[in-house]
Design a protein. Structure first.
Length: 105
């Protein structure tokens, strides 16, 4: 691919990514852990919208378990957002004839 071709498409690429960023704010995923005992709802801008914790996992004598479940639910939500981002970026990259893998997809 001629590097100059990529620069020609830069403006279109910027517009596409700007639009994608706005659309990602509207995507909501839920990350869970502990058989759904802890869940974190997050949008595509990586903003936490809601955290739900089942009463059964709230034990003042075992805060480490609750911390681990929250961390796992957050990680699960981040993974789901990243997958959604890849799904959104792939068509943009394909339309601009950008080689696969060059944009982390």
């Amino acid at each position: 691919m001629n590097p100059l071709d990529l620069f020609k498409n830069l403006k279109e690429l910027q517009q596409s990514f700007g639009s994608m960023q706005e659309n990602m704010k509207n995507i909501i995923v839920t990350g869970t852990a502990g058989g759904d005992m802890v869940s974190i709802e997050m949008n595509g801008a990586f903003e936490i919208q809601k955290i739900s914790i089942a009463k059964e996992v709230v034990n003042p004598d075992d805060t480490q378990m609750l911390e681990d479940l929250i961390t796992a639910a957050f990680t699960n939500a981040m993974t789901k957002i990243k997958e959604k981002m890849k799904e959104t970026i792939s068509p943009i990259a394909n339309n601009l004839n950008i080689p696969p893998g060059s944009m982390g997809t």
